[in-house]
Ligand binder design. Structure first.
Ligand code: NAP
Length: 289
């Protein structure tokens, strides 16, 4: 806790010590003069429902939800926003008056907001290639459809998972005429030739983990490249894309923007994505890598 005042929001996960959410939210609480703190709440899967009830009783306004609870919490909420419903995962809980528990997904909007700063790059004007079909990829594909991208190709090691994602997200009422198509990894070279956006939404490239090994030679020269892995901040994918002249966006933007939208849901204030917040996160990343 940063100022000794009462916890009013937090992040629930297992484990939770890695979360950078407290860093951001506690700065915003202070900046906007809201009396309260944002705390990490370590919760094992079997304690999830109990822990959420406890936080509600303690007067929390809401919590972020992180690994491994984003899907499990989906079944515990009394209402969901459209994004959470379509994606099938909740990353933000809002304790509403009269005991209502609302589940939101701010990852999708957070991802799209992170790309909006990429002035001059027409990433909505052509197909997008998304690597991965896990929870983050589902949010990203939903966000891309919301942003008006017509065609999204989902490339995943386990093709059946990409097929499920495509079936769940394609052609929803608000996304008529937009398509999500599943592909095996072997199609990647062909798909990259004509795309406006390449997204790594797998966990490949994470510090200390398996590398993402793809050949960027076939990638359309104007394509924007983004990696939602942010540790390291400049992933090998981003480094190579930059060296080939592509505009690149790192994963910290998504982290910051999803947090802004959660804060807004709880406190009716949309915080600035100021350079200070980014600097604090970058400094923290440097400490831990
Ligand atoms: P997830 O549900 O576990 O999905 C992991 C994805 O990575 C799956 O598509 C999986 O493919 C793929 N993958 C894992 N190991 C692989 C390998 N060796 N070869 C090929 N594909 C592999 O995880 P998630 O929640 O979607 O998160 C994915 C990454 O995004 C994590 O690193 C997470 O930290 C990051 N993330 C960042 C933000 C942000 O704000 N920047 C937000 C959310 C998540 P299979 O389906 O074949 O297993």
């Amino acid at each position: 806790m940063t100022n000794g005042s009462k916890p009013i929001a937090g992040v629930i996960g297992w484990p939770i010590s890695h979360s950078r959410s407290p860093l951001m939210h506690n700065i915003w609480l202070k900046t906007y003069g809201i009396n309260g703190t944002y705390v990490p709440v370590e919760t094992a899967p079997e304690d999830l429902a109990h822990s959420i009830n406890l936080l509600k009783d303690k007067g929390f306004r809401g919590v972020n939800v992180t690994v491994p609870h984003k899907e499990a919490v989906f079944d515990l909420v009394t209402a969901k926003d459209e994004a959470a419903r379509t994606i099938g995962a909740v990353n933000t809980l809002l304790f509403e008056p009269a005991g209502l528990l609302k589940g939101l997904n701010t990852d999708a909007a957070g991802f799209v907001a992170s790309l909006k700063g990429s002035a001059g790059v027409a990433w909505t004007q052509g197909p997008a290639v998304v690597l991965g079909a896990g929870g983050a990829a589902r949010a990203i594909v939903y966000g891309l459809l919301e942003a008006g991208v017509q065609e999204v190709f989902v490339v995943n090691r386990t093709v059946s998972r990409a097929e499920v994602l495509a079936r769940d997200l394609s052609g929803k009422s608000d996304h008529k005429g937009q398509w999500v198509k599943p592909h095996p990894w072997t199609s990647l070279g062909t798909l990259m030739k004509n795309c406006a956006l390449l997204v790594n939404a797998t966990s490949l490239g994470l510090e200390g983990g398996a590398p993402l090994e793809i050949d960027l030679d076939p990638l359309s020269p104007g394509a924007l490249v983004t990696d939602i892995v942010y540790a390291p901040l400049e992933t090998p994918l981003l480094r190579e894309a930059k060296s080939k002249g592509h505009v690149v966006v790192d994963g910290l933007g998504m982290l910051i923007h999803q947090a802004r939208f959660a804060f807004e849901a709880w406190f009716d204030i949309l915080p600035d994505a100021s350079p200070d917040i980014r600097a604090v996160l970058e400094a923290d990343l440097k400490k831990s890598i």
